[in-house]
Design a protein around this ligand. Structure first.
Ligand code: COA
Length: 435
């Protein structure tokens, strides 16, 4: 059909090319046929940071940033957060459908079976300095799992892949909790397999001398919801790294470590820390209008506001706000909340923010909630990495099963020198006059 064909006229040659449209996209490889002569390489796409390039087809997560919609496998995030546990959602993200009772039981058993770390991995963690950053410890330890499970490199063996997926999802909370306790100088707490995924994580974080840890159900549910909200977010920076490293058929542990490294950057997983810093800087409610004026005049950004994709209220921010309220009922209100609420109210009524479609994003309230739970800002990204491991693995598996995917290898536009000859040492640095 003509309306599914893009017609390109090359004004250099006056040649006309029909480029098929495919799901509102063109395959940029089709541009290669646009040439000035048979030896010409053909036209390439140039898109640093993939602003308008789809790197894959995926059926996992759908985002409509203008409408503020986020769905996993077609299910709205609001319904999943309200009605499901994190492991139910993990099953959905990984396998495409919500589990039956039987399937969930088996899945939970499989994950629970793999929560322990080998003692040598525990010793590996002990080797970090007392003040090591938890995210550096997390990344290194996830990579180190590759040495424990060398068979994980058989990435095209489906049952092997499934086993490694269970291992990694089972072990990331244990690694995360160990990094937390290491910083405090407390002994490590072994997993308690009577508890749910989130409750066990809380036990490994906070159990002291008591024989059995009894997690507060309100806190456990709030953390579970937070995990659901962070499970996947389509082709973000760390997911793109997971797919890219995995495309070389590296094993899932080193691929996930690379993805976690991408997450550790302040432009990706670290924005909620910045929100806390900003709220500290503002200090009191009466200083908010002056702060907003300074942002509008170009001095810094309102942290936790704005998003590359969402040009509406980030649906996760709304749910986090609700979950934070639940947590505050247990911990008492974080005094920063008052400032955050007032900041949001004033910003959402301000022409500057309305015009630019700047709304609170997922990071605006999550840091305040984590802080009320007793976490230091250094732990925030590790808390993000636990649930996102599910998304990374689902996307990795989808990539490996996609017949169109090959090793990732972008093109470049070379801007360096033409060929030149190596000068002897005593002639280097001499500027040769042109002409
Ligand atoms: C998330 C973010 C990087 C998205 O950036 P982006 O899609 O490239 O958007 P742009 O930088 O093009 O912003 C568009 C306009 O809004 C302004 N803007 C964007 N975010 C802003 C913020 N948080 N505070 C004030 N102004 C902001 C920009 O200055 C720009 O204004 P201009 O048109 O007058 O130049 C950006 O909104 C930001 O830095 N937010 C704060 C950090 C944050 O919360 N990150 C977490 C993301 S989950």
């Amino acid at each position: 059909m003509t309306d599914e064909i893009l017609n390109i006229v090359d004004k250099r040659t006056n040649a006309s090319y029909d480029v098929p449209l495919f799901k509102d996209a063109i395959r940029t490889a089709d541009l290669k046929k646009i040439k000035t002569d048979p030896d010409d390489f053909g036209v390439m796409g140039y898109d640093p940071a993939f602003l308008n390039t789809a790197s894959c087809q995926s059926s996992i997560t759908f985002i409509d940033g203008d409408k503020g919609i986020l769905r996993y496998r077609g299910y709205p995030i609001e319904q999943l957060a309200e009605k499901c546990s994190f492991l139910e959602v993990a099953y959905l993200v990984l396998f495409g459908e919500l589990p039956t009772e039987e399937q969930l039981k088996k899945f939970v058993t499989n994950i629970t079976y793999h929560t322990m770390l080998h003692e040598t991995t525990k010793k590996f963690l002990e080797g970090f300095r007392y003040d090591a950053h938890p995210m550096g410890m997390f990344i290194s330890t996830v990579a180190a799992l590759s040495t424990m499970y060398p068979e994980s490199r058989h990435v095209h063996d489906a049952s092997n892949r499934e086993l490694q997926i269970y291992r990694l999802i089972g072990k990331v909370p244990t690694i995360a909790a160990y990094t937390y306790r290491h910083g405090l100088g407390f002994p490590y707490v072994y997993p308690d397999n009577d508890l749910t995924y989130t409750e066990n994580f809380m036990s490994m974080l906070w159990k002291m001398a008591e024989p059995k840890y009894h997690p507060n159900p309100v806190m456990a549910r709030a953390l579970d919801i937070l995990f659901i909200l962070h499970a996947d977010h389509e082709q973000n920076c760390s997911t793109n790294v997971m797919r890219s490293v995995g495309s070389s058929q590296a094993d899932p542990f080193v691929s996930a470590a690379a993805a976690a490294a991408a997450l550790s950057g302040p432009l990706h997983g670290g924005a909620n820390e910045e929100v806390l810093r900003m709220l500290d800087e503002i200090g009191t409610k009466d200083r908010i209008p002056a702060y907003i004026e300074s942002v509008k005049s170009g001095r810094g950004k309102l942290m936790g506001f704005g998003h590359r994709v969402y040009k509406n209220y980030d649906p996760r921010a709304r749910i986090i706000k609700w979950a934070a309220d639940q947590v505050f009922q247990v911990t008492g209100r974080n005094p920063k909340l008052e400032i955050a609420l007032e900041l949001e109210r004033i910003a959402l009524e301000d022409e500057y923010f309305i015009k630019r479609k700047l709304y609170p994003n997922v990071d605006f309230y999550s840091g305040i909630m984590y802080q009320a739970m007793g976490f230091k800002p250094e732990m925030f990204t590790v808390l993000f990495a636990i649930p996102r491991t599910v998304g990374w693995l689902a996307q990795w598996q989808e990539m490996l099963q996609d017949p169109e995917q090959k090793i990732t290898r972008p093109r470049q536009i070379y801007t360096g020198h033409e060929q030149r000859d190596v000068a002897p040492m005593d002639r280097r640095g001499v500027v040769v006059a042109a002409g």
